[in-house]
Ligand binder design. Structure first.
Ligand code: GDP
Ligand code: MG
Length: 314
C-alpha cells in the first residue's frame, strides 16, 4: 500500500479560484455588507441598538444563535476601538476566522489504495453532482478514479451518474435498475483492486420508504465494503445543502449518529444568503468541512479554506 499525496491545492493567489468563491458567496456577502454599512449610516458609535441589529443580521445569515451571541459579545468588548463599518467587518472577520480555524484541520492525505469514499445525504442535496466534480478533481491530479452507482433506487440516478463519469473522464460500475446497492459497491471495490484504481467514490440513495431503511442500507454498504478492504470505507462524506440552513445541522446529527460521518461537503453556497451556515457547521459539529460547492458546473467545487472563505464573505 503506497502513501499518496493529498489533493494538490490550487494556489491561493489563483484569481479564478477566489473570484468564483466570491461570486458563489455573493448573496451572503451582499446581505452582510450592505446591512453593516447601513448600521453605521446614522450612528457613529457601537451601542446596544447597533449590537442588537448586528446580532439579528448574523442570525439571518444562519450563523447560528449561539455563535451570533458569542460574536456580539466579543464585538461589544472591543467596541471602543470600532468606529466605522470597515473596522467592524475586520473585527468580525478576525473572530469568525478564529472560530473556523480551530475546527477545520487540513485534509488528511489519501493514505490508502484504493481510497474508498462513500457519499451520503438526503435526496437532492447534490451528492451525484459533488461526486462528478470530485472525480474530475481527482482525475485532474492524475488519480485513477472509479465511481460506483449504488443509488439504484431510480434508473435516472444511474443515468445522471453515467453523464458525470463521462464528463470527468472516469470509469463507472453499475448494475441493473433496483439492484442491491451493497452488491454494486462490492463489485466496484473488486474492480478497483483489479484495475489498480486509486480512488473509489460510491454514490448512494437519499430517499427510501423510511429513514430506518435508508440507514440500514447505508450500514450494509459500509459492512460490505469492509469485507473486501477491512479499513474501508476511508471516508464517509456527508453532503449538505446550504440553502436548507439550520436543517442541514440536524441532518448532520442524524447521519452521524446512525452511520458515522468523517467529512462534510456543503453545496449550493451560490444559491443562498445563508452562507453563515458554514460557521454554524464548523462550530456545532466535530466533523471537518472539507468541500464547498458554489455552482452546478464541474469546476464549482473547492476544498474549504477558512481564510479564503472569510475574505470572500466581507
Ligand atoms: P442528489 O440527489 O443528492 O444526488 O443531488 P444532485 O446531485 O442530483 O443535485 C440536485 C440538484 O442540485 C441538481 O440540480 C444540481 O445541479 C444542483 N446542485 C448541486 N450542487 C450544487 C451547487 O453547489 N450549486 C448549485 N447552484 N446547484 C447545485
Ligand atoms: Mg443522486
Amino acid at each position: 500500500m503506497t502513501n499518496q499525496e493529498p489533493l494538490p491545492k490550487e494556489p491561493k493567489e489563483s484569481k479564478g479560484f477566489f473570484k468564483r468563491l466570491k461570486t458563489g458567496l455573493s448573496k451572503t456577502r451582499q446581505l452582510l455588507n450592505t446591512d453593516i454599512e447601513e448600521l453605521f449610516s446614522n450612528k457613529r458609535k457601537i451601542d446596544d441598538d447597533l449590537l442588537e441589529e448586528l446580532e439579528e443580521l448574523l442570525i439571518t445569515s444562519d450563523i447560528g444563535v449561539q455563535t451570533a451571541m458569542d460574536l456580539i459579545q466579543s464585538i461589544s468588548q472591543r467596541s471602543s476601538s470600532i468606529s466605522d463599518a470597515g473596522q467592524l467587518k475586520d473585527a468580525l472577520k478576525e473572530k469568525i476566522l478564529a472560530l473556523l480555524g480551530t475546527k477545520t484541520p487540513p485534509p488528511a492525505p489519501l493514505a490508502a489504495k484504493p481510497y474508498v469514499i462513500v457519499v451520503i445525504g438526503v435526496n437532492g442535496v447534490g451528492k451525484t453532482t459533488t461526486i462528478g466534480k470530485l472525480a474530475a478533481k481527482f482525475a485532474a491530479s492524475q488519480k485513477k478514479v472509479l465511481i460506483a452507482a449504488a443509488d439504484t433506487f431510480r434508473a435516472a440516478a444511474v443515468e445522471q451518474l453515467v453523464i458525470w463519469a463521462d464528463r470527468a473522464g472516469v470509469d463507472i460500475v453499475k448494475h441493473k435498475d433496483k439492484a442491491d446497492p451493497a452488491a454494486v459497491a462490492y463489485d466496484a471495490i473488486e474492480a478497483a483492486v483489479a484495475r489498480g484504481a486509486d480512488i473509489v467514490i460510491v454514490d448512494t440513495a437519499g430517499r427510501l420508504h423510511t429513514r430506518v431503511n435508508l440507514m440500514e442500507e447505508l450500514k450494509k454498504i459500509k459492512r460490505t465494503i469492509a469485507k473486501k478492504i477491512p479499513d474501508a470505507p476511508h471516508e464517509i462524506l456527508l453532503v449538505l445543502d446550504a440553502t436548507t440552513g439550520q436543517n442541514a445541522l440536524s441532518q448532520a446529527k442524524m447521519f452521524n449518529d446512525a452511520i458515522g460521518v468523517t467529512a462534510i461537503a456543503l453545496t449550493k453556497l451560490d444559491g443562498t444568503a445563508k452562507g453563515g451556515i458554514v460557521v454554524g457547521i464548523c462550530n456545532a459539529l466535530e466533523i471537518p468541512l472539507k468541500y464547498v460547492g458554489i455552482g452546478e458546473k464541474i469546476e464549482d467545487l473547492q476544498e474549504f479554506d477558512p481564510d479564503l472563505f472569510v475574505d470572500a464573505l466581507f
